[in-house]
Design a protein around this ligand. Structure first.
Ligand code: 13P
Length: 288
């Protein structure tokens, strides 16, 4: 199956009571780890690319070509979507041109009318090209690529307005925060999530800030219409810890020369383990 829109995988997830993970990529190793794990777990997967990560990887075109080639060379047959994460309008246009299969336009910081106008324009383009589109209402807290969100709770009526535009999926602020949750975090607001779920009539919902949300809250969110869950920080932390342990144990100092592939191997394996753990929690294993 390979690269495609996220529409079918999310509609199946919403109907089946599980969620598909979006894992953010930063380079070839992360991409390889996530694709390899999805294939082994027979799970659909979404590769998220922030604008910052896209820039780091030499532009969206490079990312799209790399991911397409990897899917072919690695014989990946599970459904994979290549998705712009928290895109600006301009970034979304670039990713559409570069060959991404899925786009997130984050218009949550605009007044709702402007968010709707810009989302509508992108929705029309995505429809023509068969791409999936994620819209956002109510900013997600924490920091994402330098943008600080205030942890707003989305307004269910506004969520309905945006869902009714015909977007594929909707990210709505329900107290979730990017990055590590502070000790005094109040948790997800299930009252607001239930009201949104009801208002949008079964439209797949997206939970950002998947790092560190307790398992029972994740499962409850899935039961209330969340069909896509984004995880980034937890993979970064796992990579960092495994790499540090390898260096601190002096394993990079074998006296036989420096091999970057060996240095990256423990961190890459840690990403595989983390991604599998999340796929098991989200219930997407075996659902490809
Ligand atoms: P975390 O970094 O908190 O896992 O959130 C990821 C995310 O929501 C990407 O959009």
């Amino acid at each position: 199956m390979g690269l495609g829109s996220a529409k079918e995988m999310l509609e199946k997830a919403a109907a089946g009571g599980y969620a598909v993970g979006q894992f953010n990529i930063n380079n070839l190793e992360w991409t390889k780890a996530i694709l390899q794990t999805a294939q082994a777990a027979n799970s659909p997967v979404i590769l998220g690319v922030s604008e910052g990560a896209g820039k780091y990887m030499c532009g969206f075109k490079t990312v799209a070509v790399m991911v397409k080639a990897m899917i072919e060379e690695m014989n990946i047959t599970v459904p994979v979507a290549l998705h712009l994460d928290h895109g600006t309008f301009e970034g979304a246009v670039k990713c559409i041109k570069a060959g991404f299969s899925s786009i997130m336009f984050d218009g949550s910081h605009y007044p709702i009318e402007e968010n709707i106008a810009k989302t509508t324009a992108l929705k029309n383009a995505c429809d023509v090209l068969g791409l999936s589109l994620e819209a956002e209402v109510g900013a997600i807290g924490g920091e994402e690529d330098g943008v600080i969100g205030g942890g707003e709770l989305a307004d269910p009526a506004e969520c309905k307005q945006v869902a009714d535009l015909g977007v594929t999926m909707l990210a709505a602020g329900i107290g979730n925060i990017h990055g590590v949750y502070p000790a005094n975090w109040k948790g997800l607001n299930f009252e607001v999530l239930s009201a949104i779920h009801e208002a949008v009539g079964g439209k797949p919902l997206v939970l950002h800030g998947g790092t560190g949300i307790p398992d029972d809250m994740v499962k409850k969110a899935i039961s209330l219409g969340v069909a896509k869950i984004n995880v980034n920080t937890e993979c970064q932390l796992s990579f960092q810890q495994a790499t540090r342990a390898y260096i601190e144990a002096g394993k990079d100092q074998t006296g036989k020369g420096f091999d970057p592939r060996k240095l990256l191997a423990p961190g890459t394996q840690a990403i595989c383990d983390k991604v599998l753990e999340k796929m098991q929690l989200f219930g997407s294993v075996g659902k490809a």
